[in-house]
Ligand binder design. Structure first.
Ligand SMILES: *[C@@H]1O[C@H](CO)[C@@H](O)[C@H](O)[C@H]1NC(C)=O
Ligand SMILES: *[C@@H]1O[C@H](CO)[C@@H](O)[C@H](O)[C@H]1NC(C)=O
Length: 307
């Protein structure tokens, strides 16, 4: 399970870091905020902007179509049809209220994410300290490494049902993919920073479409970053190839509209299910998952299939 945890940190970091910036700059050079607005609309952050998007009027009744989990409904789910995956927290979450997101106070320090191959020793030391603390926390602590890692599993293979429904939640292959992963990173990063009392701590990212950074970042070969459930043949100095071509196709030429980039609209209830991943999910996310994952397991688990 240790390996899975490691997968959490590294995958999400590269997914988050490379794409949005490139997209904002290349795809929408004059109007990047339009895209940000779309994402906020999709997240349900500003109802006035997209009045019809997440709501349906049934007579006088307005139905909220935002997808949400029933936190009391956690159950084992299927990683593959023949594989039940267990990642529910040991204690019930049912009584925990869901807290609305608050944007950070603008006066708080800006977190500046650095590419992993340029992070200095001080920052590696901070990250190391934070991860060591995180890994030492008991499983009952939601900030612990295993609980953080399991968040992906909980929402990936259908561990939660939607309220008033037997339909489970799956954050892949739809427009949830991108904002959901960004959200997880956002909170993970805040937790990491809080554990070492550094409100400006920023997660490094693997800048794998840069010619200088096409190997696994070297310091990931050491504890507490190292994971022995990886494809050893892909350890440094092995380089990823075709990255630039992938990046251009998935972020620029193949992603001309928000829908192509983000994936299909996903809404609550029977009518809201969809299966149509965006370009950000397909080649970029899936290829890297598999490249890093363990070649000893059928689905290259522990990064390939990342429950
Ligand atoms: C949530 O799930 C629990 C357990 O399955 C169930 O008893 C409860 O009715 C569900 N709540 C809603 C709002 O669907
Ligand atoms: C969920 O499934 C059970 C068993 O098939 C059924 O009795 C129940 O009505 C379903 N609940 C909803 C909200 O569809």
């Amino acid at each position: 399970m240790e390996a899975k945890k490691w997968g959490f940190a590294i995958t999400l970091i590269f997914i988050f870091a490379v794409v949005p910036l490139t997209l904002l700059i290349l795809q929408n050079p004059n109007k990047p905020w339009e895209f940000v607005d779309k994402i906020l609309g999709i997240l349900g952050g500003d109802d006035s902007m997209y009045p019809s998007g997440n709501y349906k009027v049934n007579g006088d009744h307005i139905q909220d179509l935002s997808v949400s989990p029933n936190l009391s409904s956690c159950h084992a789910s299927y990683g593959r049809t023949d594989l039940l995956v267990h990642c529910c927290p040991s204690e019930s979450q049912g009584e925990e209220a869901i807290i609305d997101f608050q944007f950070p106070d603008p006066s708080t320090p800006l977190r500046v994410r650095m590419p992993a191959h340029h992070v200095d020793d001080d920052n590696i030391a901070k990250y190391k300290r934070a991860l060591t603390i995180m890994k030492s926390l008991p499983d009952s602590d939601p900030r612990s490494f295993s609980r953080q890692a399991n968040i992906h599993c909980l929402y990936c293979t259908g561990a939660y049902d939607q309220p008033h429904s037997n339909l489970s939640i799956d954050i892949h292959r739809k427009w949830f993919f991108f904002p959901w992963h960004r959200m997880v990173l956002h909170f993970h990063e805040r937790i990491v920073g809080r554990l070492i009392g550094d409100d400006a701590f920023a997660l490094p990212f693997w800048n794998w479409d840069s010619p200088d950074a096409m190997t696994l970042p070297g310091w990931y070969m050491n504890d507490p970053f190292f994971d022995d459930q990886r494809d050893f043949s892909h350890f440094p100095p092995k380089t990823m190839i075709l990255n630039l071509a992938y990046m251009y196709k998935q972020v620029v030429s193949g992603a001309k509209t928000p829908e192509l980039f983000m994936g299909c609209p996903y809404k609550a209830g029977e009518g809201g299910v969809c299966d149509g991943p965006g370009t950000v999910e397909l080649a970029l996310h899936n290829t890297m998952h598999k490249w890093v994952g363990s070649n000893f397991q059928p689905e290259r688990e522990d990064m390939g299939a990342f429950y």
